[in-house]
Design a protein around this ligand. Structure first.
Ligand code: KG4
Ligand code: ZN
Length: 336
């Protein structure tokens, strides 16, 4: 069975993984940089690249040692080439090229968003996916940089149904958290505080735009939250406010899932990307799926946020389809 070493450095998580031909994750190690970006309230690109450089080789050495895999047992290297922060991508791509050259192995460039779409199909000793086929699924990919809904005809054929017109859902969570002075990344903290709050405390606008279109918008919600916070200088009900804000995002995303169900007739849905780690979204979407008798695949938390295993799985599929790149493969900040 083939094995790939996968590398993900597109934003602020340095991640390496070993993935087998059948999607089994032999090992994964990730290192986030939250403490370095915390005081700036967002990812600082120069700091992110520098941290990737510092963290990459120690992580790789540890991964190979823990998984007891030698370089000779790795068949090829998968690496995120787009989209992302250019400096961050370059660290991973340069490391991948160096290893490919030194080990005499092929290299496969992977689109980060395609990685998120395939994340629910990874498996390991503690997780078995509910389905092994991606054909004719609808995927809602919600992360810090993207909020997109696709119809996936088959692996490699993705029809974009709609996306956000402005902020991504994760970005909205992060900006809202910053307004409240909560730690970065904000989505995690808003999720945690919301567990103690009342989602009916304040009725925030839903970012739905047109009920019949897949396009979303979160800028109105953001401005509304900004006004609310400015008008309530003595705000004490932070958990209630978080729960209300979170509910607006979750409702918006659920409305798009339901629209996709009605318009495409799909029976299998995928919820993926960093925001799919959100506990309220996981709960409400699971209830929605049950009520509508459709299969909903949500990756376990470790494969929701940025990770190299999802990159390895896409790399593996491309490699087996004869789509390997060569040493000249390039990084790009754009969604190629
Ligand atoms: O997929 P990801 O790790 O990176 C990108 O490709 O952007 O997503 C990161 C985003 C951040 O905006 C973060 O706040 C959000 O995912 N996030 C969450 C939760 N965990 C991560 N948002 C809401 N609830 C969570 N539990
Ligand atoms: Zn991501």
């Amino acid at each position: 069975m083939k094995v790939t070493l996968a590398i993900e450095t597109s934003c602020d998580d340095t991640s390496v993984a070993l993935v087998r031909q059948d999607g089994f994750v032999l090992g994964i190690l990730s290192s986030h940089q939250n403490e370095f970006h915390q005081k700036f309230g967002g990812v600082v690109p120069e700091i992110a690249s520098r941290q990737h450089v510092m963290q990459f080789f120690p992580l790789l050495e540890k991964l190979m040692a823990e998984a007891q895999i030698l370089s000779q047992q790795v068949d090829f290297i998968s690496v995120t080439t787009s989209p992302g922060l250019m400096g961050s991508l370059l660290v991973g791509v340069t490391a991948a090229k160096s290893l490919a050259f030194a080990w005499g192995k092929p290299i496969v460039g992977v689109n980060h968003l395609e990685g998120h779409l395939m994340a629910p199909f990874l498996w390991d000793p503690t997780h078995t996916p509910l389905s092994t086929t991606v054909e004719n699924s609808v995927a809602l990919s919600v992360s810090g940089g993207h909020t997109e809904i696709y119809f996936i005809r088959k692996f490699g054929t993705y029809e974009l149904l709609g996306k956000t017109r402005d902020d991504a859902a994760g970005e909205a969570f992060d900006k809202f958290a910053k307004m409240l002075g909560l730690p970065f990344p904000g989505g995690v903290e808003v999720d945690r505080l919301s567990a103690f709050g009342n989602p009916k405390y304040h009725d925030f606008p839903r970012g739905i735009l047109d009920e019949n279109k897949f396009e979303t918008s979160f800028s109105g919600l953001k401005s509304s939250a900004q006004r609310f916070i400015a008008d309530h200088a003595d705000l004490t009900r932070v958990s209630d406010l978080c729960a209300s804000f979170q509910e607006a995002i979750v409702d918006t995303l659920l409305q798009k899932l339901e629209l996709a169900r009605q318009k495409t007739g799909a029976m299998q849905f995928i919820l993926t990307g960093g925001v799919s780690a959100n506990s309220r979204l996981r709960q409400k979407s699971s209830e929605w799926a049950k009520a509508n008798h459709v299969l909903l695949l949500i990756p376990p938390l470790r494969y929701c946020t940025d990770n190299a295993a999802m990159i390895g799985w896409v790399g593996m599929k491309k490699f087996l389809l004869g789509q390997a790149d060569d040493i000249h493969v390039k990084a790009s900040p754009h969604n190629l």
